[in-house]
Ligand binder design. Structure first.
Ligand SMILES: *[C@@H]1O[C@H](CO)[C@@H](O)[C@H](O)[C@H]1NC(C)=O
Ligand SMILES: *[C@@H]1O[C@H](CO)[C@@H](O)[C@H](O)[C@H]1NC(C)=O
Ligand SMILES: *[C@@H]1O[C@H](CO)[C@@H](O)[C@H](O)[C@H]1NC(C)=O
Length: 440
């Protein structure tokens, strides 16, 4: 069965890449691999695009996220980004990934904002105390202690932090809903700007004595305790972000009376708690013994109501040894960026039917720490080519990415697609089509 699914689906890849997609208006082609403008000082929103004919797997690939970083610095944390600067193929696709290492006993990713991204983070190792602050006037701090497998959301533009409260080092993987989320570290931005912000301005803004401001301006990024105290006052730093969220967040509620909205209804912000941004259990492997030998644990708005309107979600994918397959599928509403944490995956995607680019299959073998991008709407797959199990984590640039498994959608639809249509579309004998329709 496994072999049948895989082979069949594979053969169809070349033909099947033109299913309809509804996606955000931003990407106007399959992808727009970034290049550096070597000639004039021309700027675009994002980066210039490489000729699609010249795009290769390298443009969608990054290696090294398995490496734990040296956290011997004053804050005791290091962020290793995998964004458009490292992966040019992320250009225009609205997502990126990062690894964060935290030193034992107090490693801190200090209060900061991402002006252009919601962040969704899972802990691989250790124990983190995390939180974010809502905007004015409430500036409510919402916190949670996270253990391995726990997932937490930091809504776009809000001040947030992660703090290692364990005796061992901690490691987290985070997906961010921008190719270039930006970082504004509150302490550095406010007290360490060049030139410095006038100290009387800061004294007034933070309602503290000018001497304290002077002191802070001298050692802005080492004194995180003070910064912490100031968080409640400082959480209205301006953020520019996508137009969709019109408030801090819109925690999803079940619809009533057959009324539909684009997304979900929002809970009264006053009733929102840390639970709305939290999911637990991503440390647990999915059972890969059935079907095609893979199991996707999706952490989307169904699991985390706080993701509503925020344009991102997360997943863990387990693969059985010797051929566990996440079969060819598309996410109609999301670009996917994965990192392998265990095992060896052969992955790929197929470009659409644009003139001269011919449904090109772009593939790569990934090892632990490697990162790969599957552009929005394109058919893609992951296949375990190792003799051990494999595990990957993926960020998806939608709160509800959707999945269209090619084989199931085409041969297993209800009611079935007319076999004549499929025989013609796939240039197959009708008997073969009948057979396939029985299988799916
Ligand atoms: C673009 O230029 C920067 C700085 O010169 C360099 O670090 C980077 O690797 C270049 N990126 C690409 C995609 O060529
Ligand atoms: C980490 O960095 C510190 C300071 O730069 C250095 O003293 C230490 O040897 C490094 N540790 C490792 C394991 O490389
Ligand atoms: C995935 O794994 C979970 C947890 O082991 C299990 O409950 C579920 O049935 C599995 N799904 C599939 C499709 O095998």
């Amino acid at each position: 069965m496994k072999g049948v699914h895989f082979l069949v689906a594979f053969v169809f890849l070349a033909f099947a890449a033109s299913f309809a997609f509804a996606s955000d208006p931003s990407p106007l082609q399959d992808f727009c691999v970034a290049i550096n403008d070597t000639k004039e000082g021309v700027f675009v929103n994002g980066k210039l695009c490489k000729d699609p004919k010249l795009a290769t797997a390298k443009d969608f690939f990054f290696s090294g996220l398995e490496i734990s970083r040296n956290t011997s610095n004053p804050l005791g944390s290091v962020v290793t980004p995998a964004n458009v600067a490292q992966i040019p193929g992320l250009n225009t696709l609205g997502i990126s990934l990062a690894r964060v290492d935290y030193a034992p006993y107090g490693g801190l990713n200090p209060p900061h904002t991402h002006p252009r991204a919601t962040e969704i983070l899972t802990v691989l190792e250790g124990t983190l105390y995390v939180g974010f602050v809502t905007s004015n006037p409430d500036n409510r701090l919402i916190t949670k202690v996270l253990n391995p497998g726990d997932v937490f959301v930091f809504p776009v533009g809000l001040v947030h932090f992660q703090f290692n409260v364990g005796k061992t080092k901690a490691v987290a993987i985070a997906a961010l809903s921008s190719q270039n989320p930006g970082v504004i570290t509150i302490a550095n931005a406010v007290f360490g700007s060049t030139p410095p912000i006038r100290s009387d301005v800061l004294a007034k803004a933070f309602q503290v004595d000018k001497n304290i401001v002077d002191h802070l301006q001298k050692q802005f990024c080492t004194d995180f305790l003070l910064v912490f105290v100031l968080m409640a006052l400082a959480s209205s730093i301006a953020s520019a972000y996508d137009p969709s969220p019109l408030q801090d967040f819109c925690v999803a509620m079940d619809e009533t009376d057959g009324v539909f909205v684009n997304g979900k209804f929002c809970k009264d912000p006053k009733d929102v708690t840390e639970k709305d941004f939290f999911f637990s259990g991503l440390n647990l492997p999915g059972d890969t013994s059935k079907g095609v030998g893979s199991n996707v644990t999706a952490v989307n708005v169904e699991k985390i109501p706080g993701l509503n309107t925020l344009g991102i979600s997360f997943a863990r994918i387990d693969f059985a040894p010797y051929g566990g397959l996440n079969p060819p599928h598309t996410h109609p509403r999301a670009t996917e960026i994965i990192v392998v944490v265990e095992g060896t995956l052969y992955v790929g995607f197929v470009t659409s039917n644009i003139a001269n680019a011919d449904n090109r299959l772009i593939t790569k073998v990934l090892k632990p720490g490697d990162v790969f991008v599957f552009p929005i709407g394109l058919i893609h797959f992951q296949f375990n080519v190792g003799n051990t199990k494999a595990v990957a984590f993926a960020g998806l640039s939608s709160q509800n990415a959707g999945v269209i498994t090619v084989a199931d959608a085409v041969f297993g639809s209800d009611p079935p697609i007319n076999p004549d249509v499929l025989a013609k579309a796939f240039r197959l004998d009708k008997k073969v089509v009948d057979n396939l329709q029985k299988k799916f």
